[in-house]
Design a binder for this molecule. Structure first.
Ligand SMILES: [Zn+2]
Ligand SMILES: [Zn+2]
Length: 400
């Protein structure tokens, strides 16, 4: 807020000389029906104040308080981190501070992430939104969850291969696609739910842990069990495609466990952005090979356990139908139906919030490490080591 006031003061003199009519300025800030526009130039607010209209300024201040809008600079920072190439909306004058309505961008973002995966056809246009996205957008976008090299999709494919080699049972390419595709979906539908990513909940403002390690592990196991139950329920209603979807969806948590080891989102942000973090590149470089191997192993183990579970439940024919699935991939519309009442929850607001956790974490963790670092970590006594047997025990406990 301080920053806005500062900008308002800076632009004050310049705007005094500006010749914009009050009506023009007003229409740049408000729609005909009196709603705030998606793109707001703070300098216009000053002009309008000089016209004797204070209300739009108050409405905008309220919108900022609600975090409905964010300055272009913040969005640009996130875009740069995620390799999203975009051009901010043009500024008519040399002196302006543009704010964008996050919801208008979020709708486009959600559509894009749910659509045209990897085709390069994604277009985010209008309303000062993200105008275009390069091919690698979607993968690089999920920097929080393994962007470079292999991500969930590739690890799932490798794990499915390993399962085939171990059991001499092969999933069809179509079945493999449904499984691997679903393995990344928790990042669309449950971005804000820590158990889906094998993480411990933190306070969004202080960045301090809001759960004990044991509570978070329980929540993770409960999340996985619930997803597996959805898969077996799908089998019970003779829907092998949905059973494949939920089985693949369950991969996400066990794969993230290998990478996150229970750390909070705030700690994750610190590893991504904090200059003093010893685990820079927590998803992409730090112990990357070992983590991938572990995640792949968990994926294959989850499939083995799923087969055992279905056989024990007298649903061996469902497993056979899953292996031999030869129809289309699951469309986004079908995914949304399967996920109801859950909706996609990824947004620019959440990405900006995620990024902002680094600062309080950096400031607080030295004086009070116990408030910031989950202890014990879920897999190892220290971050350089993983206990494979311990990792395997999670898969076993999911199916207990
Ligand atoms: Zn991650
Ligand atoms: Zn995740």
């Amino acid at each position: 807020m301080k920053r806005l006031v500062c900008i308002l003061a800076l632009t004050f003199a310049w705007r005094l000389a500006a010749a914009d009519s009050c009506g023009d300025t007003r229409s740049r800030i408000l729609t005909r029906s009196g709603e705030l526009q998606n793109v707001i130039n703070a300098a216009d607010l000053v002009t309008l104040l000089l016209c004797g209209e204070s209300n739009p300024s108050d409405v905008f201040q309220e919108a900022l308080r609600n975090r409905d809008y964010a300055p272009v600079a913040d969005i640009q920072a996130v875009a740069a981190e995620k390799n999203i190439s975009w051009t901010p909306p043009a500024c008519a004058s040399g002196s302006c501070e543009i704010y964008l309505k996050l919801a208008s961008l979020d709708a486009q973002l959600r559509d894009a992430t749910m659509h045209e995966f990897g085709t390069g056809k994604v277009q985010l246009a209008g309303s000062g939104g993200l105008p275009s996205i390069p091919d690698h957008f979607v993968l690089s976008f999920f920097a929080r969850h393994m962007s470079k090299a292999a991500g969930h999709f590739e690890i799932a494919n490798n794990g499915i291969d390993d399962y085939g080699n171990a059991t001499f049972e092969r999933f069809t390419p179509q079945a493999t696609y449904v499984l691997a595709d679903a393995s990344r979906d928790a990042d669309f539908f449950e971005w804000t739910n820590p158990p889906a990513h094998a993480q411990t909940r933190n306070d969004d403002h202080t960045a301090e842990l809001a759960q004990t390690s044991a509570q978070a592990q329980d929540a993770f196991l409960t999340w996985e069990k619930d997803v597996i139950r959805r898969a077996t329920d799908a089998c019970a209603r003779n829907d092998p495609r949905a059973a494949l979807y939920w089985t693949g969806y369950a991969f996400h948590g066990i794969q993230d466990l290998a990478f996150h080891d229970g750390i909070s989102n705030a700690e994750h942000a610190w590893h991504d952005y904090g200059g003093t973090s010893p685990e820079k590149g927590v998803d992409t470089t730090f112990q990357y090979g070992r983590k991938c191997t572990l995640a792949r192993r968990g994926t294959a183990a989850l499939l083995q356990s799923m087969r055992t579970k279905l056989r024990a439940a007298g649903q061996a024919q469902c497993w056979t139908a899953m292996l031999g699935y030869a129809k289309e991939p699951i469309t986004n519309r079908q995914k949304k139906r399967l996920q109801q009442p859950r909706k996609t929850d990824i947004s620019l607001f959440e990405l900006i919030r995620y990024r902002s956790l680094e600062s309080p974490f950096e400031k607080g963790h030295t004086a009070h490490p116990e408030r910031f670092f989950v202890a014990p970590r879920w897999l190892a006594a220290n971050s350089n080591d993983f206990d494979e047997a311990l990792y395997d025990s999670y898969v076993a406990r999911i199916f207990q």
